[in-house]
Design a binder for this molecule. Structure first.
Ligand SMILES: [Mn+2]
Length: 317
C-alpha cells in the first residue's frame, strides 16, 4: 500500500493557530495552505532526521507568541490577520517521510505543492533544510516565469555535495536549471559557506542578482526591492541563516550580520504589493539551538506578514 501523501502535524497535533487540519489535498478548499516538509536529501546518514526536521512542529508550537490571537490588532499589517474577511486558512500537516525510500519524499513534496496550487491556494511551507524547496520549485511550472527571491547567507549553487545533487547546498543551482524559473535575486550573502569562486561565477553567468549583506545594509531593502521588476510571480525562499542570528539563532551556520526583521517585513510587504507572491518557504531552523523561541517567533512573524498583506492586497477576493 502506498504511504500517505501527508500526515497530521506531529506530537500534540497542534495546527498553526488552530486552523483546520486538512490532509486530503484532493479535497482542498482553501486560500492559504500551511504545510511542513521536514525531510530532504541528507549528505550523511545522521542527517536523515536532522534537527531541521523538527522545525515545522517548533514553529507551530510558538505560533501564539508570534501572534497572540486571530482577534488581535497586528501593527505590522494594520489590523487582524485576516482583516475580518472570509479567508480560508488550513494546515495540511507535514509531507510524509518514508525512511526506506528517501527519494520518494521529494516526489510527495512536489505532488503536495502541485495539489495546493491546483486548488488555488497560497502555499506557506515550513522546512526542513534547504534541500526541500527543490521539489517545490518544480511544482511551480504552471506559473512561469517565476522570479525567485532567496534570503540566505550562502549562494547555494553547489552542483553536488558528497555526490548528492538535491541537497541544501544546491537549491538555487537546481532552480536555475528549471525553464520556468526566471530572474533570481539572492539577498543577504555574507561570510563563507559551501560556495567557492566557481559557484559564484556560475551564479553570475546565469545572471543571478547577488546582493551581499554589505550592499543590503548600505542601500537598504527598499532599494533592493526597486531592482526586482514589478508585476511578477514571486517565490520567496527564506534560509533562516540569511537573517541576523540575534533574531534567528537556531541555525547550523550562524554568521554575524544579516537581514533584519524590519528588512524582512519591508521585503514581504514590497513583493506582495509588486505582484503575486505564489509561495514562501522558511527552512534551516534547528530547534535545539533556539533561544527563548525567538527563531520560531521570527518565522511566525514572516508568515503573519505574508498572510496579512496578501489578504489586504486582495489576493483571495
Ligand atoms: Mn540555503
Amino acid at each position: 500500500m502506498a504511504p500517505p501523501l501527508t500526515t497530521a502535524p506531529r506530537r500534540e497535533f497542534q495546527s498553526w493557530h488552530d486552523f483546520p487540519i486538512v490532509l486530503d489535498l484532493d479535497a482542498l478548499d482553501a486560500d492559504i495552505a500551511i504545510i511542513g516538509i521536514p525531510y530532504a536529501d541528507p549528505y550523511t546518514i545522521d542527517e536523515v532526521s536532522n534537527d531541521q526536521t523538527n522545525a515545522p512542529t517548533h514553529i507551530r508550537r510558538y505560533c501564539e507568541r508570534s501572534l497572540r490571537g486571530l482577534d488581535r490588532y497586528d501593527f505590522d499589517i494594520g489590523g487582524t490577520l485576516l482583516d475580518g474577511r472570509s479567508i480560508k486558512v488550513v494546515d495540511c500537516g507535514d509531507v510524509y517521510g518514508d525512511p526506506e525510500d528517501l527519494a520518494s519524499n521529494r516526489t510527495r513534496a512536489e505532488q503536495a505543492i502541485r495539489k495546493i496550487l491546483a486548488a488555488g491556494a497560497l502555499p506557506v511551507i515550513l522546512g526542513g533544510d534547504h534541500g526541500i524547496p527543490i521539489p517545490v520549485f518544480r511544482a511551480l511550472d504552471t506559473l512561469a516565469p517565476v522570479t525567485l527571491v532567496q534570503i540566505d547567507a550562502h549562494v547555494d549553487w553547489r552542483d553536488h555535495m558528497n555526490g548528492h545533487d538535491q541537497g541544501l547546498s544546491s537549491p538555487i543551482r537546481r532552480a536555475a536549471e528549471m525553464d520556468h524559473i526566471g530572474e533570481i535575486f539572492q539577498i543577504g550573502l555574507r561570510a563563507a559557506g559551501s560556495g567557492r569562486p566557481e559557484e559564484v561565477e556560475a551564479a553570475l553567468a546565469y545572471g543571478a542578482h547577488l546582493i551581499s549583506d554589505i550592499e543590503l545594509q548600505s542601500a537598504g531593502m527598499a532599494a533592493v526591492l526597486e531592482r526586482i521588476p514589478d508585476g511578477g510571480n514571486y517565490y520567496l525562499t527564506v534560509d533562516a541563516d540569511g537573517m541576523d542570528p540575534t533574531i534567528m539563532p537556531a541555525v547550523a551556520g550562524p554568521a554575524p550580520g544579516g537581514v533584519t526583521y524590519p528588512q524582512m517585513r519591508t521585503l514581504i510587504h514590497g513583493l506582495v504589493a509588486k505582484g503575486r507572491v505564489v509561495g514562501m518557504d522558511i527552512v534551516e531552523i534547528t530547534p535545539k539551538r533556539d533561544v527563548n523561541g525567538i527563531s520560531a517567533i521570527t518565522a511566525g512573524r514572516l508568515m503573519c506578514n505574508l498572510i496579512g498583506m496578501a489578504v489586504r492586497a486582495g489576493y483571495f477576493d
